[in-house]
Design a protein around this ligand. Sequence first.
Ligand SMILES: Nc1ncnc2c1ncn2[C@@H]1O[C@H](COP(=O)(O)OP(=O)(O)O)[C@@H](O)[C@H]1O
Ligand SMILES: [Mg+2]
Length: 367
Amino acid sequence: MTALGNVKLKPGDTIGILGGGQLGRMLAMAAARLGLKCQVFSPDPDSPAFDVVLNATCAEYADVEALELFANDVDVITYEFENVPAATAMVLAARRPVLPAQKILETTQDRLIEKNFVKRLGIDTADFADVSSVETLQSAIARIALPAVIKTRRFGYDGKGQAIVREGDDPSRIWEELGTKSAILEAFVPFEREISVIAARSADGHVECYDVTENEHRDHILKFSRVPAAISDELAGQARAVAERIAHALDYVGVLAVELFVVAGNGGPRVLVNEIAPRVHNSGHWTLDGASISQFEQHIRAIAGWPLGKPVRHGQVTMTNLIGDDILDYEQWLTVPGATVHLYGKGAPRPGRKMGHVTEVTPANSK
Ligand SMILES: Nc1ncnc2c1ncn2[C@@H]1O[C@H](COP(=O)(O)OP(=O)(O)O)[C@@H](O)[C@H]1O
Ligand SMILES: [Mg+2]
């Protein structure tokens, strides 16, 4: 058991993971390789992470008794998703260290708070405005030129809870269809490309960033990640510096992802922060096969109080997400030379559901 202060796990200790999806599953697999055990807490009996751990708690996030029993069984607690309810985090944090810290959830669960936080650091984002009614939407549209993107402040993912607002659209209809009381309107960014930085920070303030990843979305869902991103070393350095500053400002412990847009500027391309994910991230899955240390292991090391690794990339990497029916081709993928196939053990392939991914690495010295 760990004191609520500094965490220093030993092999054989147990990490509690909130959330039972593929991220929790891959975290638990990375922990196992380091001789650490995991206990997964998820309300969904079909959680793919349950399949790879011996101990699981299947209960609601509001079930205080179950949370307390779970906390008693583990040495440190982490999560695979940012929408951990504040009350859940509070119950757990009173008993065991929760990493990344609970206050980070408050910043990253809400797009408005998150964007204001980034802006206060002097880091650029798309122009944005707080929207809480049809009237405020109208004044936001007047200030931010159309097209623009309206996004719910909370609970959005894979493009859910957002819509493009175009010239001639009826604001009351858009507001009604979004069905929320709190949103932001964001200028539409005519980006050259989308990139992300996966960064890890240890409790002593050391940061390790992976090489910048270039991301291609289809229907608002990540389809391909390619590393290195086709950007200059200087811009890549700027992107990594942005992630590092964010990690320090949050006093972050663990792995975080920063999604950025690359836009044309007068003095050459520059980056705007799109969003922060306080967790391992789909655009970092390439690190499982494409780097000496994966984002999952790096996160486990950080929250265990162990030294971070210096990740070495094995070459040029492409990660392809298997989304929905893509999974039906898994046997074909198994025969592709050099491809590494990851299947998440989920049930039915619904449209938009992330079912697995494939990594292909071209070593630096091959032709
Ligand atoms: N302001 C914007 N301008 C242009 N495209 C955007 C904008 N905001 C989001 N998008 C597109 O939609 C995708 C999903 O939006 P994002 O804000 O990252 O939400 P989430 O990933 O939580 O669904 C982005 O990766 C990008 O492709
Ligand atoms: Mg996103």
